[in-house]
Design a binder for this molecule. Structure first.
Ligand SMILES: *Cc1c(COP(=O)(O)O)cnc(C)c1O
Length: 433
């Protein structure tokens, strides 16, 4: 399988090259030359297959010969080695719980797959790879955990001091070894600007092999298809495919779901569940994508003003607006409605939502009110304990940190404090090698 750049001004790349580069040289996103079809027998008999087998068969055509089959099976097995249950919340609505991985966020799947692929691709290189990421919370933890102790890879994570939750901060700062957290006395935007500057600095990139681990990397994007198949495996009424609501920020997750549907997975309809950062909602009415500055919300992993993966959705539908509109709608959920939903769903159905899941739940519930004959699921993308303030305020229940995290919570935080500004980051990276 080859990948072309969505800007069409770069040579095609195989999976290995696309995964190492991240972004195409013309600043476009890599996209597969064709969408492989999953064997209909596999879809009909999903129940008979293990999650490892399903994941392997979904991803193998995308990886092609760049990873040998036994190694790839090992990689997918390590990627999906935790439960991903589909839990009924009401008669019509189920929750696909994607938060049972090591950092309690759906990003674990993509980060674990990507880190293992990069580890495989770089194992014979002399030069180390440095993965540089800015995080507002979830990405950094998943990436740190995924790359922990991966040989030949150093990870440097920038996060805004005092602006991530206690669990998130521990996830970033307690691993050590090849993971270094830089605690920036500024905002997420400051962190992001420092990272972007580093990638654009030829003097630095000559000296260091830098790569990013954000969701535009095909090795992070494509494995996110796995759990849509696992969800359908657990779906009770197979003759009535689900409506799926996906809490969306950069649109990598929902785009993977749409790709799975185009490869043969039965899905009735997708809902992009957004907070007030909802430029895609406007696009679906006006056909114009108008990026805006992001505003901060409770579901902060979705505070994105210019979703980088949206172009891939256009590519899947061949830029045919009517086809896209038929399969995708979007919803905008305010912080007030998010809080109210967390409270109501807890009282009525004894189910605890995190703010991102609440946006998904309410988007789906509103849609099903207009389509009462249908049923659906939303993706619960993070564990509620990662957002304790909003959850406890509305459920009036204390959020207990899962026992599996206790050892981590006891570890001392290790971070390097840094003022915003690229020179500080450059000096640090320069002296590191
Ligand atoms: C990253 C994230 C999202 C948004 O996912 P995208 O793929 O960027 O659309 C939603 N919820 C949580 C908890 C996240 O961490």
């Amino acid at each position: 399988m080859n990948y072309y750049s969505t800007n069409k001004k770069a040579p095609v790349a195989d999976f290995r090259e696309a995964a190492i580069k991240g972004q195409a040289p013309d600043k476009g996103l890599y996209f597969p030359e064709r969408i492989p079809q999953v064997d209909p027998e596999l879809i009909r008999n999903l129940d008979d297959y293990s999650n490892e087998e399903i994941a392997f068969r979904v991803i193998q055509p995308y990886v092609g010969a760049t990873i040998d089959e036994a190694q790839l099976f090992q990689i997918v097995s390590e990627t999906v080695n935790f439960p991903i249950p589909l839990v009924p919340v009401t008669d019509q609505i189920s929750s696909l719980e994607l938060f049972h991985g090591p950092t309690l966020a759906f990003k674990d799947i993509g980060a674990r797959f990507m880190s293992r692929c990069l580890g495989y691709f770089t194992k014979d290189r002399k030069e180390k790879i440095t993965v540089l990421v800015a995080t507002s919370g979830d990405t950094g933890g998943a990436v740190a955990n995924g790359f922990f102790n991966v040989e030949g890879v150093e990870v440097v994570i920038l996060y805004p001091s005092g602006k991530v939750s206690p669990v998130q901060e521990k996830q970033l700062t307690t691993l050590g070894h090849n993971i270094q957290a830089l605690e920036v006395s500024g905002t997420f935007d400051d962190c992001q600007a420092m990272v972007k500057h580093a990638f654009a600095d030829p003097e630095l990139t000559q000296k260091l092999f830098l790569t990013s681990a954000n969701s535009i990397n095909v090795a992070r994007w494509l494995p996110q298809q796995f759990y849509y198949f696992f969800a359908y495996k657990q779906w009770q009424c197979k003759d009535q495919p689900p409506v799926i609501a996906v809490p969306s920020g950069n649109f990598g997750n929902i785009c993977a779901g749409i790709l799975a549907m185009q490869s043969g997975l039965p899905v009735k309809h997708f809902i992009a569940a957004c907070n007030v950062n909802d430029i895609v909602s406007a696009y679906l009415t006006t056909e114009i994508l108008q990026p805006r500055e992001a505003v901060p919300t409770l579901s902060n992993a979705m505070d994105v003003g210019n979703p980088s993966n949206f172009v891939r959705i256009l590519e899947i539908f061949n830029h045919q607006f009517p086809l896209l509109k038929d399969k995708l709608s979007s919803a905008t959920i305010s912080d007030a409605a998010t809080e109210q939903t967390i409270g109501e769903v807890f009282r009525q159905f004894h189910y605890t939502l995190d703010p991102h899941g609440a946006v998904g739940y309410l988007s789906l519930a509103n849609y099903l009110q207009k389509h009462p004959e249908q049923k659906g699921m939303f993706l619960e993308t993070a564990h509620p304990v990662k957002f304790p303030d909003a959850v406890e305020r509305n459920t009036k229940e204390e959020q207990i940190i899962p026992a599996s995290l206790e050892p981590m919570m006891q570890q001392p935080k290790q971070s390097i404090f840094m003022a915003p500004g690229y020179q500080n980051l450059k000096e640090y990276l320069w002296n590191k090698v």
